[in-house]
Write a protein that binds this ligand. Structure first.
Ligand code: NDP
Ligand code: 8X3
Length: 248
C-alpha cells in the first residue's frame, strides 16, 4: 500500500475520477467534499478511503480535519487541490457579486486552506506532490470568464511561487490546466439548467474526467526529480478564437 493522497472535490468530476485512479494505483485516499452520501459511496467502492464531509471554505473545518486524520492516513504524499467551480457567464457588470465571492472563497481561499494545512506534513516527511487544478481560463480570456478566470490565474501563479517556497524540501508542484471537459461543471455554472449545460458539449468531442485523472497519474509517475510546472490540456476539438476587433 502506498502513502495517502488527499483529494478535494472528490464527490464528482475530476476529483472522483482522480480518487479512483490513484486508489487503483495503491494510494490510500482522503476524499473531501460537501456531499457526504457521495463520499460514503466512493469509500464503499474504493476501500481504504477516509472521507471528510466539509465545505472547503470553512477554514476551521479544513484545519481540524487534517489535524484529526486517523493515524494511518497521516502520511500524505499527494495533495490534489481540485475543489472549485464557476458560477455564471455574465459580463462583469451584470454578474452577481455573491457569485464572485463564492468563486474566490472556494477556488482561491479553499485551495490556500488545504495547502496551508497539509504542507507541514509534507515538509516534515521531506516528500510530497501538490497538484493544483487550474484551467485554460487562467491563461486565455473569454467573454464571461472574468472572475472565474481570475481565480484560475491565481492558482497558476500561486503554484509557481509555491515551487520557490518549497525549494529543498523535495516537494513537487504542478498546475494542471484543463480545457473543455464534461463533468458537473457546467450544470453548476448554469445553476442546474441542464439544457444550457448540455449545449456546452453538444456536437463536439470533449475531455473526460478520466482523461484528466490519467494526466494526474502521468505526472505522479514521472521520476521524482522531474517537476512539470504547468500542463495545459485541451481536447483536439478545442483551440483559440483569436482577438476581437470592434468595427464601426
Ligand atoms: P464538478 O462540478 O463535477 O466537481 C466539482 C467538485 O468540487 C465537486 O466534488 C464539489 O463537491 C467540489 N466543491 C465545490 N465547491 C466546494 C466546496 N465549497 N467545498 C468542498 N468541495 C467543493 O466539476 P469538475 O470536476 O469539472 O471541477 C473540478 C475542478 O476542475 C474545478 O476546480 C474546476 O474549476 C476545474 N476545471 C474544470 C474544467 C471543466 O471543463 N470541467 C476545466 C478546467 C478546470 P461538493 O459539491 O460535494 O462539495
Ligand atoms: C473550465 C474551462 O473554458 O469553461 O475551467 O473556463 S472553461
Amino acid at each position: 500500500m502506498k502513502n495517502s493522497a488527499f483529494i478535494t472535490g472528490a464527490t464528482s468530476g475530476f476529483g472522483r475520477a482522480i480518487a479512483k485512479k490513484l486508489s487503483l494505483e495503491g494510494y490510500k485516499i482522503i476524499a473531501l467534499g460537501r456531499r457526504e452520501d457521495r463520499l460514503k459511496s466512493l469509500a464503499d467502492e474504493l476501500g481504504n478511503t477516509h472521507i471528510i464531509a466539509c465545505d472547503i471554505r470553512d477554514k476551521d473545518a479544513v484545519f481540524n480535519a487534517v489535524k484529526n486524520l486517523p493515524e494511518n492516513f497521516k502520511d500524505i504524499e499527494i495533495l490534489v487541490n481540485n475543489a472549485g467551480l464557476a458560477l455564471g457567464v455574465d459580463g462583469f457588470n451584470e454578474a452577481s457579486l455573491d457569485d464572485f465571492e463564492v468563486m474566490i472563497d472556494t477556488n482561491i481561499k479553499g485551495l490556500i486552506y488545504a495547502t496551508k494545512a497539509i504542507l507541514p506534513i509534507m515538509k516534515e516527511r521531506k516528500s510530497g506532490y501538490i497538484l493544483n487544478i487550474g484551467s485554460v481560463a487562467g491563461s486565455w480570456p473569454y467573454a464571461g470568464g472574468n472572475v472565474y478566470g481570475g481565480t484560475k490565474a491565481f492558482v497558476k501563479q500561486l503554484s509557481f511561487n509555491l515551487r520557490n517556497d518549497v525549494r529543498g524540501l523535495n516537494i513537487r508542484v504542478t498546475d494542471i490546466e484543463p480545457g473543455l471537459c464534461k463533468t458537473e461543471f457546467s450544470e453548476v455554472r448554469f445553476k442546474g439548467d441542464k439544457a444550457k449545460a448540455d449545449a456546452v458539449y453538444e456536437g463536439t468531442k470533449y475531455l473526460s474526467a478520466d482523461d484528466i485523472a490519467q494526466v494526474v497519474l502521468n505526472c505522479i509517475s514521472l521520476p521524482k526529480h522531474v517537476n512539470i510546472n504547468r500542463l495545459e490540456v485541451m481536447p483536439v476539438t478545442q483551440s483559440w478564437g483569436g482577438l476581437y476587433v470592434l468595427k464601426d
